[in-house]
Design a protein around this ligand. Structure first.
Ligand code: UDP
Length: 331
């Protein structure tokens, strides 16, 4: 019988791509999402969907008790680093408190396998050119801090309750499924690539470049962009490993190449075939200058290999989604 996976935040950007892949790989999937940021339209037909907030402790505990899940993939969280600097309490409540509600409900039902969406933001300002998992953990924004707190909670539950978990520390998720059926749609949108395309589509006047005085080759921030389907694939491999051996771990997920904000805009201009209006702006609070992954660990331990290694290919899949869905899921 196929294994049954509960995906929290499964109607979100990375969640919805992972749900598709899980189904393709023969898993039974239930999506749990409060639809604050998720989109019901992204849940494939035939997949069970439960609208529930992880803050609803009692309902959540009963829901997990009445199902027979084999594992949880936990995406549900607030994700915008910039916003976290303005409203840390919301991030703590959702990412730490509600996440712990989930773990408590799991432990109460003897469900002890979980994959957690963590982030490169747990590292803060890098002390090396590329970041391995043993790099110091020193987040510089509250988003990264809440994710690190939750990694620590996972480790406590592993020690005390026998939880088996893997944390995947994503660098910058980008792109969309080439089918064009699902993609990135946040409200408000804060991410670079979707905002570049909104500008290209005339829905914004210009794209702001946050900071041009960083110590990088052109003064703008460097990030490592990784295709959302490559991230999804890593979840499947991590899950299989947990099922086979019960051994969890922590893995970075990136391409290992950094691109500046200006280079990303140039690549997008090549993809859309025209210049995109841009303006230089001040730094965004909480942004490290450079974040580049060393993902050798997951490659060697789980055999993960990103399929999308060129920034242009990644951006092309994002453009297909934005061009065909200029208003996102709603429009
Ligand atoms: N960025 C920017 N203009 C924007 C949005 C983002 O210059 O309108 C920069 C941001 O400062 C960061 C990079 O683009 O250096 C990626 O930001 P994003 O919000 O997409 O992802 P994050 O790195 O915060 O996960």
């Amino acid at each position: 019988m196929s294994k049954h996976i509960l995906v929290t935040g499964g109607a979100g950007y990375i969640g919805s791509h992972t749900v598709r892949l899980l189904i393709k790989e023969g898993y039974k999937v239930t999506v749990l999402d409060n639809l604050v940021n998720g989109h019901k339209e992204s849940v494939p037909d035939g997949v069970e969907f439960v609208e529930l907030d992880l803050g609803e402790r009692e309902v959540l505990t009963k829901f997990i008790e009445h199902n027979n899940f084999d594992a949880v993939i936990h995406f549900a969280a607030f994700i915008e680093a910039g916003l976290s600097m303005k409203e840390p309490e919301k991030f703590f409540e959702n990412n730490c408190v509600n996440g712990t509600n989930l773990l408590n409900a799991m432990v109460a039902s003897n469900l002890k396998t979980i994959i957690f969406s963590s982030t490169a933001a747990v590292y803060g300002d890098p002390v090396s050119a590329s970041i391995k998992e043993d790099h110091p953990l020193n987040p510089v924004n509250h988003y990264g801090r809440t994710k690190l707190i939750f990694e620590n909670i996972l480790s406590m539950y592993a020690e005390t309750h026998g939880l088996k978990y893997t944390s995947l520390r994503y660098f910058n998720a980008a792109g969309a499924d080439p089918s064009g059926e699902i993609g990135e749609d946040h409200d408000p949108e804060t991410h670079l690539i979707p905002l570049i395309f909104r500008t290209a589509l005339g829905k914004r006047k210009s794209i702001s470049i946050f900071g041009t005085d960083y110590d990088t080759k052109d003064g703008t921030c460097v990030r490592d962009y990784i295709h959302v389907n490559d991230l999804a694939q890593a979840h499947i491999l991590a899950l299989e490993k947990l099922f086979e051996t019960g051994e969890g771990d922590i893995y970075n997920l990136g391409n290992g190449h950094g691109f500046t904000v200006k280079e990303v805009i140039e690549a997008a201009e090549e993809v859309v075939g025209h210049l995109i209006p841009k303006e230089e702006d001040s730094r965004r609070k909480g942004d490290p200058a450079v974040l580049i992954a060393d993902s050798e660990k997951i490659k060697s331990k789980l055999g993960w290999q990103p399929k999308y290694t060129s920034i242009k290919d990644i951006i092309e899949t994002a453009w297909k989604w934005h061009k065909d869905n200029p208003g996102g899921y709603e429009g």
